[in-house]
Design a protein around this ligand. Structure first.
Ligand code: F6P
Length: 547
């Protein structure tokens, strides 16, 4: 395969780097009063403002040329069609099929996957309605008021993030708890706070072999059998979401209580599959369907819009610009919406598990950076924590700001000047302005600041950001936001020639954890066997545990 960094399109971008060092965002905005509107795109309900990026029109054109050099449209079509683009696992990548409307058809390997998807969605909705209405009861006949989702990685981060974002739509008096960590503190805390008689456990695991999830699920199972006094209680209190029918049956969950998805749904792309069951139970099937429609809206935008108006394509190319050409290593995502508290953590798995690769699809080493370190916290909290480094630090950290116009709830301010939500959004807009335009030494001195102190007060500016503004944090908007970033990941991988859908790096750690567990727990100290650091850590731990 072609190494993208050897193409003339890559070289053309490299040639534009020096000129960018010479211009400022102040100058670019001054030269083009329309820049703000001209460099914004609409994707579904999202207004995506890309004007505060360190780019000229030449750079944007060169970046879209690079996407063409990588045959992005053909690669995108291959994904939507169900080609086995996850070559190392020989799998299709079809999370987009999870949100196709029922009347659509997509035949892959002789099966209409849309029919399969909607059969499961119908079963999920029937089940969710039964639980919400109280028709489904626990072993003692009590109504369910708590759902505990046990899962990790994509089987946790998606549902927990959506649960927080759509909290205001939890209408049936049912709340969800999420247990992921194998640290027993996680499960113990939740078990101490729930009543098993009114709790439904969703064991969410694509493979149904993940160590953490299976340990938590078995421990929870024991707790339920002990407290409810019967093995039979499991049938009323445990359901599974998985691709592994036999393993679910071995655990003791009947086929009727299993909600299926398929190997063509990657874990970190699975929140729009049955992995979203806990969310569907708490917010109800119509809101979940609205979420899926939001995903589909963004899928269509990504599939059909020209690159110049295509939000995920443009955001992905800007990511490549900063990492491969300007040396950025991380990306901050700052939602100015408390409901999106867990969105940065969700994006960490989506982006970093997907793009953390050092070889191309053909196995050859990459000669350019892949992916960014994603991180973030909601604003305004972040402003009082890490924003200092964004404003005056030495690193280039592009920021994605996310805001909503209409809040879930609002409160008046003490002085009557607008509302607390107005304050929140004013802060968002202020931060992107200050990052972009800074404050010059002259401006600082004009305020009468002591010249000796002035350098400390200069704000360099020229720090790039995207602002995504949505009308509200509705399920549809949330679906669009998630799909937006899914496709950003796809485009970056497609251009850089890497596989965004495997995660072999995680596997080695899993295997070694098994060996180490044996070393920690074996009756007899196994002695040396690993390396001098690990061997002594094992010894110290065994001593502390009296082994
Ligand atoms: O961390 C690796 C990983 O395989 C993720 O990709 C996945 O989301 C997670 O583990 C959980 O896997 P499963 O759903 O099979 O339990």
């Amino acid at each position: 395969m072609t190494d993208i960094s050897t193409t003339r399109q890559w070289t053309a971008i490299e040639n534009l780097v020096p000129a960018i060092g010479e211009v400022t965002l102040r100058e670019l905005f001054a030269a083009d009063p329309e820049r703000g509107r001209r460099m914004s795109v609409t994707a579904g309900d999202l207004h995506v403002d890309l004007s505060k990026h360190l780019v000229t029109d030449d750079v944007m054109t060169a970046l879209t040329d690079l996407a063409h050099a990588a045959k992005l449209p053909a690669q995108r079509a291959a994904m939507f069609r169900g080609d086995r683009i996850n070559t190392t696992e020989d799998r299709s990548v079809l999370h987009t099929a999870l949100r196709l409307p029922a009347e659509a058809e997509l035949v892959v390997d002789g099966r209409d996957v849309v029919a399969d998807v909607h059969a499961v969605l119908t079963r999920m909705a029937d089940f969710a309605d039964c639980v919400r209405s109280g028709e489904w009861t626990g072993h003692t006949g009590a109504r369910i008021d708590t759902v505990v989702n046990i899962g990790i990685g994509g089987s946790d981060l998606g549902p927990v993030m959506v649960d927080r974002a759509l909290h205001h739509l939890q209408t049936a008096g049912i709340t969800a708890r999420y247990v992921s960590n194998v640290d027993p503190a996680d499960l113990s805390t939740v078990l101490a706070e729930i009543d098993p008689a009114t709790t439904l456990v969703v064991v969410a695991s694509k493979t149904f072999t993940t160590q953490e999830t299976m340990a938590n699920a078995h421990a929870a199972r024991r707790h339920f059998v002990e407290t409810l006094g019967s093995e039979e209680a499991i049938a009323s209190h445990f359901v599974a979401v998985s691709t592994a029918t036999e393993k679910v049956a071995d655990f003791g969950i009947a086929a009727d209580n299993m909600f299926e998805f398929w190997d063509w749904v990657g874990g970190r792309y699975s929140v729009s599959s049955a992995i979203g069951l806990s969310v569907m139970i708490t917010v109800g099937p119509p809101a979940f369907v609205e979420l899926l429609e939001g995903f589909h809206t963004m899928d269509l935008h990504f599939a059909t819009e020209a690159p110049e108006h295509n939000a995920p394509v443009l955001m992905a190319l800007l990511g490549i610009w900063y990492t491969c050409f300007l040396g950025a290593q991380s990306k901050a995502v700052i939602p100015y919406a408390q409901g999106l508290l867990r969105f940065p953590a969700y994006l960490q798995q989506l982006t970093m598990e997907s793009l953390g690769k050092s070889v191309r699809l053909d196995g050859s080493d990459v000669s350019y950076p892949t992916g960014e370190v994603y991180w973030g916290e909601p604003g305004t909290n972040g402003q009082h924590a890490f924003f200092q480094l964004l404003h005056q630090g030495t690193q280039l950290v592009p920021v994605d700001f996310i805001g909503v116009a209409r809040p879930v709830a609002d409160l008046p301010t003490a002085d009557g000047g607008g509302s607390m939500h107005d304050m929140l959004v004013a802060n968002l807009f202020a931060q992107s302005r200050v990052l972009a335009f800074g404050k010059t030494e002259d401006e600082v001195l004009a305020e009468g600041v002591d010249p000796a102190i002035a350098p400390h007060k200069v704000m360099p500016g020229n720090r790039p950001s995207t602002t995504i503004l949505a009308p509200s944090l509705s399920p549809g908007v949330l679906g669009q936001l998630i799909a937006l970033y899914e496709h950003v990941v796809f485009v970056q991988a497609a251009v850089l020639g890497i596989n965004a859908f495997d995660q072999w790096g995680v596997e080695l750690g899993k295997a070694q954890a098994g060996e180490l567990l044996r070393a920690l727990t074996a009756e007899k100290h196994p002695g040396d066997g690993f390396d001098s650091s690990t061997d002594s850590l094992v010894e110290i731990y065994r001593e502390a545990r009296g082994r």
